[in-house]
Design a protein around this ligand. Structure first.
Ligand code: HEM
Length: 418
């Protein structure tokens, strides 16, 4: 009996994604579900779990599954609260990542004008400069809380630079991003999360509106100017669409990369042989990053809603049902990856589902890869090794973006004769 069949005999436990620390080690439960039932109904989550690589991939491409989570997030709110949180309910549906075709097709085409190769390539020196600056600081301190001191700052500085947000606004930017991410990743929206997000949306809009006016008066070579001037067959993004797009770019470009920098460093520290392999063979950095994206993916579950009734692997999905596409489970599927629980930089068929695929395929994937490559190449080049100082890792509780709230690390400088 092969390993897949042997494991399939174990009945899967239901997965309560709301329990604290569910993100610490999700793999055994994910695998039990993956092996036993490709379309698993979770009673405690009241949703379908899709976990096999082939099915998650198909789910990303399936037009019967809507990415519009606005109803899922806010549908149950009483009318008076809908009124109170009206700005959130107005801007979130204009986020490209929460749209379905054909609205999505139109906005994505316009956003793509800001993600051209010259614009992304043009960020390489800036990104390297920030990586060097932050690693200089890490080297001086030796012991750092990596999420705050490095992982937060790099993607924030890069996106702020792209949007033209001045560096002195970093603390505000960080607050907006954190508040919106908490709401989007929460198992259910609470009034506290909604209040925080309302403040973040209003404050961010005020700041970005000012920048948009400045760019209209004086265009610059940045993403914000490119988006203001983006034209597709006479169509452009209006002011509210520009504001909504800046919100989604901040969130999509910041929270994902923060968590992946943390998860990636964690695995490099845990896997000394791979740290040394990357240090001694810097040319493998691209495949090393792909493998880290597969092995400890930041994207947990992407949530979809069924637009119609249909059958999937013999199960009846009903219109309105919530479906979780569990990318992190798919990335460790034994049906696709030999020895999936091993971090292997020589793996040939990585193809992780970490950036998509489908109509929402990550617009910032090249930028994210650039930030990860420069960071990890820089870390293994500069430091002999690093040590985890936390007795217990501080995993977040997000079902969408899996990562650590804090991560205390001691970096050891290279010995002189190396
Ligand atoms: C490690 C870092 C990153 C990961 C793992 C990641 C992952 C993803 C995934 C899985 C999606 C698809 C979401 C869905 O299907 O519902 C997505 C979409 C998106 N990402 Fe990323 N992302 C990362 C970094 C970035 C960066 C740096 C940016 C931009 C600055 C960005 C911008 C976007 C945008 C705008 C979308 C929506 C595209 C659309 O709806 O058409 N991402 N990302």
């Amino acid at each position: 009996m092969n390993e897949v069949l042997a494991r399939a005999e174990v009945m899967p436990p239901d997965m309560d994604l709301k329990v604290p620390r569910a993100n610490a080690n999700p793999w055994p439960k994910l695998k039990a579900v993956q092996d036993a039932d490709p379309v698993f109904w979770s009673d405690c989550q009241q949703a379908w779990f899709i976990s096999r690589h082939e099915d998650v991939k198909a789910g990303f491409m399936d037009r019967r599954l809507s990415a519009d989570r606005v109803t899922f997030l806010f549908g149950a709110l009483p009318e008076e609260l809908k009124k109170k949180y009206e700005p959130i309910l107005f801007y979130f549906p204009q986020w490209v990542v929460l749209m379905d075709a054909p609205r999505h097709t139109r906005v994505r085409k316009l956003l793509l004008k800001g993600f051209t190769k010259p614009i992304i390539d043009g960020l390489a020196d800036f990104t390297q400069g920030i990586v060097d600056e932050l690693l200089d600081e890490v080297e001086v301190s030796g012991t750092v809380e990596f999420i705050t001191e490095y992982a937060f700052k790099l993607p924030a500085y890069v996106i702020m630079h792209m949007l033209g947000v001045p560096r002195h606004m970093y603390d505000e930017f960080k607050g907006w991003s954190l508040d919106m991410a908490r709401l989007v990743g929460a198992p259910e929206p609470t009034l506290e999360l909604l209040d925080q997000t309302l403040r973040a949306v209003n404050d961010m809009n005020a700041a970005i509106s000012k920048l948009i006016a400045e760019r209209r008066a004086e265009p610059k070579e940045d993403l914000l100017t490119a988006l203001i001037h983006a034209v597709d067959e006479g169509d452009t993004l209006n002011e509210d669409e520009l504001l909504a797009s800046c919100q989604v770019l901040m969130l999509a470009g910041h929270e994902t990369t923060i968590n992946m920098l943390g998860n990636g460093l964690l695995e490099l520290i845990r896997h000394r042989a791979q740290w040394e392999q990357l240090r001694d063979n810097p040319e493998i950095v691209r495949t090393a990053i792909e493998e880290l994206l597969r092995y400890n993916n930041v994207v947990g579950s992407l949530v979809r809603e069924a637009l119609e009734d249909f059958e999937w692997h013999g199960k009846q999905i009903k219109k309105g049902d919530v479906v979780y596409l569990m990318a992190y489970a798919a990335n460790r599927d034994l049906r696709v990856y030999e020895d999936p629980d091993t971090l292997n930089f020589d793996r040939k068929n990585q193809f992780p589902l970490s950036f998509g695929p489908g109509i929402h395929f990550c617009l910032g994937n090249q930028l994210a890869r650039m930030e990860l490559e420069k960071s990890f190449a820089g870390i293994v080049k500069r430091f002999e090794r690093a040590e985890i100082l936390d007795d217990e890792l501080d995993w977040n509780n997000s079902i969408v973006l899996r990562g650590m709230n804090s991560f205390n690390v001691k970096f050891h400088p290279k010995t002189e004769n190396r």
